[in-house]
Design a protein around this ligand. Structure first.
Ligand code: COA
Length: 200
């Protein structure tokens, strides 16, 4: 995922790091979302194909095809086994995927990042802010992280407003590299577990 993040890197004690890896390996559900499976590739591709979803997200496969999306899912299955990543989908049971959450975990720093999107029909109704707040609480309290580090493109006003509004601290700017090697500038925010208001 992003180069140069997290900005804050406090080494976790070995037993803490092991507990975080175990929590990641044991994660199977996140509210109404379930782990992504290789057979979700076509439905996930349909979600990713909308520019309102893929344009702001540097970590999605490029080019976007059913094969690259399946490989993206399979890579996350391996990341989960290593205790370093998770991919969840919101599956209403009608063949569509209405959202996804992609977790990058750095157990050695007790830190993590989440990227994700809602189906465009759900944007701008407060759903993202509510869901993100619940997910941040889950990352701190269930995965056991001390730090969440988030990025957004300079154009991604919605995510910027969301993170500023939740009290995340702006930490500067980094260059993020996409899977095809192209880059984009990203603003960076961090939140410590001790400072998170747990309003969710
Ligand atoms: C990012 C995302 C999950 C946010 O969810 P959402 O439900 O659309 O956002 P919300 O309705 O909770 O709005 C969040 C903030 O953006 C503002 N906002 C919403 N739509 C907006 C728009 N079109 N223009 C400007 N601001 C907007 C809201 O007013 C709110 O700010 P406020 O709390 O200061 O009022 C969703 O928009 C999405 O999936 N976007 C595409 C992918 C993406 O950008 N992912 C994040 C980077 S990984």
């Amino acid at each position: 995922m992003a180069d140069g993040i997290p900005i804050t890197r406090n080494p976790a004690a070995p037993e803490r790091e092991a507990a975080i890896r175990a929590a990641v390996r044991g994660a199977v559900k996140l509210r109404e979302s379930r782990l992504a499976r290789p057979e979700d590739a076509a439905a996930l591709l349909a979600l990713f194909t909308d520019p309102a979803v893929h344009a702001p997200i540097y970590s999605l496969p490029r080019p976007l095809t059913e094969d690259t999306v399946r490989a993206f899912i399979e890579d996350h299955v391996r990341q989960r086994e290593a205790g370093e990543g998770l991919l969840f989908v919101t599956d209403p049971g009608d063949g569509r995927v209405l959202g996804y959450s992609d977790f990058q975990i750095w157990p050695q720093w007790a830190a993590g990042e989440i990227a994700g999107a809602l189906h465009p029909s759900l944007h701008g109704q407060g759903t993202g802010t509510k869901g993100a707040a619940q997910t941040f609480t889950w990352m701190f309290d269930t995965l056991g992280l001390d730090l969440i580090c988030e990025t957004a493109s300079l154009q991604n006003t919605i995510t910027q407003r969301m993170l500023d509004g939740m009290g995340f601290t702006r930490m500067g700017q980094v260059t993020s590299t996409r899977p095809d090697g192209t880059t984009r500038d990203s603003l960076v925010w961090e939140m410590k577990s001790a400072d998170w208001p747990r309003q969710a």
